[in-house]
Design a protein around this ligand. Sequence first.
Ligand SMILES: NC(=O)c1ccc[n+]([C@@H]2O[C@H](COP(=O)([O-])OP(=O)(O)OC[C@H]3O[C@@H](n4cnc5c(N)ncnc54)[C@H](OP(=O)(O)O)[C@@H]3O)[C@@H](O)[C@H]2O)c1
Length: 267
Amino acid sequence: MTLELQGCRALVTGASGGLGHAIARALHARGAKVMLTARRAEVLAQLREELGERADSLPADLSRAEDLATLAEKAGRVDLLVANAGLPASGPFLSFESGQIDRALDVNLRAPMQLTRALAPDMVERGSGHLVFVSSMSGKVASPASSVYSATKFGLRGFAFGLSQDLLGTGVGVTTVFPGFIREAGMFHDAGVKLPPWVGTRTPEQVAEAVLRGIATGRAEIDVAPLSLRAGGWVAGAAPSALAAIQRRLGGGKISSEMGEAQRSRR
Ligand SMILES: NC(=O)c1ccc[n+]([C@@H]2O[C@H](COP(=O)([O-])OP(=O)(O)OC[C@H]3O[C@@H](n4cnc5c(N)ncnc54)[C@H](OP(=O)(O)O)[C@@H]3O)[C@@H](O)[C@H]2O)c1
């Protein structure tokens, strides 16, 4: 059964960020009441102001277990969870401090699982709801200087797909969205790293459209990336070492290490 967005109550995590803004705007435009969450209360307040009615802000730090519990309680009935918050967690593994690894796992993987645990039982009881997880093409392809990020995003993929099987027939849908490089806003854009001309990008609005499509069709997985990156995902699934060799030849290591440097302060 497809979730009706008009009048539904949607909790969007990472709503102060580039993709979160686009997702919240798209859901709001379809008539949803959006509950916006992230740490930066002032950015959430601006978006709430812009959206006007049917928008609320619930600031929370998703790396803190107590904030997760309070957030789920304050949100009340939630028909749609969009678990979009994430840290870039890029850079060579040995350059990470132990606490930075924990924070990336907490925000990118533990928080979506715990919010699902808190919110999904009521959805199942009502026989209606949808859970959307924002992973990444790094959840299908592991590259140099991305081991921590990929661990969280591969983990999110596995969690969400397994969950979708658990919830078959309950009326609650599960969709994972896999963005590639997103231009104009968000963590890749903010890093200011230049891509070779043959690597295509997508926009935050296309990620938001994928979220809407997932809810409307019930599709389990949707890539938001050009064919070349999506093909990389298929090859990586069957022959990861072959894809790694291709990436090395095409200079993928340089892009990854530049991203790691640019995003180091955000661990
Ligand atoms: N942009 C891309 O090219 C791209 C590609 C693939 C996947 N993705 C994924 O898309 C999602 C959104 O990314 P984005 O590009 O929009 O990045 P972004 O602009 O950096 O936004 C990240 C969001 O996560 C929130 N966040 C970070 N740490 C948090 C914490 N401890 N507690 C609560 N919220 C926290 C941030 O809010 P506060 O700082 O206010 O807390 C912000 O709203 C992420 O999961 C990312 O991995 C992005």
